[in-house]
Ligand binder design. Structure first.
Ligand SMILES: Cc1cc2nc3c(=O)[nH]c(=O)nc-3n(C[C@H](O)[C@H](O)[C@H](O)COP(=O)(O)O)c2cc1C
Length: 303
C-alpha cells in the first residue's frame, strides 16, 4: 500500500541527518508560540503546536513554522465543518511545516465530546484524514496512543499520511505509568512509513530510541527546560554543572511572550517552570506565586 505513494519527508531521518531529529511534542497549555520559538532556537528539529480546533476563528501564530495539530469529533465531517476545515488549512498551509491529527488526547473534555483518544469511529477518522490529505501537499501525520484501534489507524496513515506518531500509553494511563516500549517497537516493525516516537524521551535515552524510530519527540522534559534541545544538539548528556545557555532563559521567553500576546496565565505558568530547580530559586518562586501582572513579573526578572 505504501510502496507506490511518495512520502513527504518531515526532515531528513536521523540516519541521513547531521543533527538528531528530536522534536518538541505537542503540549496544550505549554507550547505557546514564545515557548516554541525558544525550543526551536535551542535546537529542536521541529516544534508542534498544541491541538487546535479548526472550527475556532482565533488566529494562530506560527512564526516557528511548526507542525500544526488539529482535533475534532466525527462531526467535523458535516459539510459546514468541512468548509471551515478547508478554509483553516488553506489559511495556514504556507505557514506550517506540516499537519497532524490528534487521536491521543485523553482529557475529560475529549471524552465528553468524542475527540482525541475518544474518536474511535475508524471510518470517520479515515474520511477526516482523506479530506486533510486533499487539502495539503505538505507533511501529514496522525498522533495515536496504544489502543485496540492502533492497527486500524496505521492502515489509514499508510494510505494518506507521511508518518505516524505514537505514544505507547493507553488513554486510561493518561501520562503516567510505564510507556509500553515493546509495543512501540513491534508497531514500528509493522510499517514502512516513518514512526515518530513519544513517551519519556530525555537527553540521555534519545539516542537509543533513535536506533529504532525515525524521529523522537520530547514533551514534559522540555517544560521549563528548553535547553534540553541545546544539550542534545551539542551532545552534552552529563547533567553535572550544566548551565542554561544564553538566550534560552525566562527573560528571553518573556520578550517573545509579550510580542505574541501570550495570555498572562500561561506566562506565569512558564515563569514557575523556568525557575524550577534554579539555584536560589525558592525566594523567587515565593514572589512569583504572588505576582499579579507582567509588570510585577518584570520587576523580579529584570531589575
Ligand atoms: C501538559 C501536556 C499537554 C499535552 N498536550 C498534547 C496535545 O495538545 N496534543 C498531543 O498530541 N499530545 C499532547 N500531550 C502529549 C505529549 O505530546 C506526549 O505525547 C506525552 O506527554 C508523552 O511524552 P513525554 O513523556 O515526553 O511528555 C500533552 C502532554 C502534556 C504533559
Amino acid at each position: 500500500m505504501t510502496a507506490k505513494r511518495k512520502l513527504i519527508p518531515l526532515l531528513p531521518s536521523t540516519a541521513n541527518s547531521q543533527r538528531p531529529t528530536v522534536l518538541l511534542s505537542p503540549m496544550e497549555e505549554v507550547n505557546d508560540p514564545a515557548f516554541r520559538m525558544i525550543c526551536k532556537k535551542a535546537g529542536a528539529a521541529l516544534t508542534c503546536t498544541p491541538l487546535y480546533s479548526p472550527l475556532s476563528p482565533v488566529p494562530i501564530i506560527l512564526e516557528d513554522k511548526p507542525i500544526l495539530q488539529i482535533f475534532g469529533p466525527k462531526e467535523l465531517l458535516q459539510a459546514s465543518s468541512l468548509e471551515l476545515l478547508a478554509d483553516f488549512m488553506n489559511r495556514y498551509d504556507s505557514k506550517v511545516s506540516g499537519w497532524d491529527f490528534n487521536l491521543g488526547c485523553p482529557a475529560t473534555n475529549a471524552k465528553q465530546r468524542s475527540f482525541g483518544a475518544y474518536l474511535t469511529d475508524v471510518k470517520a477518522v479515515e474520511e477526516i484524514i482523506k479530506f486533510m490529505r486533499s487539502k495539503t501537499k505538505k507533511h501529514l501525520s496522525m498522533k495515536i496512543r496504544k489502543s485496540p484501534l492502533s492497527d486500524d489507524f496505521l492502515k489509514i496513515a499508510e494510505k494518506y499520511c507521511d508518518a505516524i506518531s505514537i505514544h505507547p500509553r493507553t488513554r486510561e494511563q493518561g501520562y503516567s505509568g510505564e510507556p509500553d516500549i515493546k509495543w512501540a517497537k513491534a508497531f514500528k516493525k509493522k510499517t514502512k512509513i516513518p514512526v515518530i516516537y513519544s513517551g519519556n524521551v530525555d537527553e540521555i535515552n534519545y539516542k537509543e530510541f533513535l536506533k529504532t524510530f525515525d524521529y523522537v519527540m520530547i514533551g514534559r522534559k522540555a517544560i521549563g527546560h528548553p535547553e534540553i534541545f541545546y544539550h542534545i544538539v551539542n551532545s552534552q548528556t552529563s547533567t553535572v554543572n550544566r548551565q542554561r545557555p544564553v538566550g534560552l532563559g525566562f527573560k528571553d521567553y518573556l520578550i517573545l511572550a509579550e510580542k505574541y500576546n501570550v495570555p498572562w496565565r500561561i506566562i506565569k505558568f512558564q515563569a514557575m517552570q523556568f525557575t524550577k530547580g534554579d539555584r536560589g530559586s525558592r525566594r523567587k518562586r515565593e514572589k512569583l506565586i504572588r505576582v499579579k501582572d507582567i509588570e510585577e513579573l518584570k520587576e523580579i526578572f529584570f531589575k
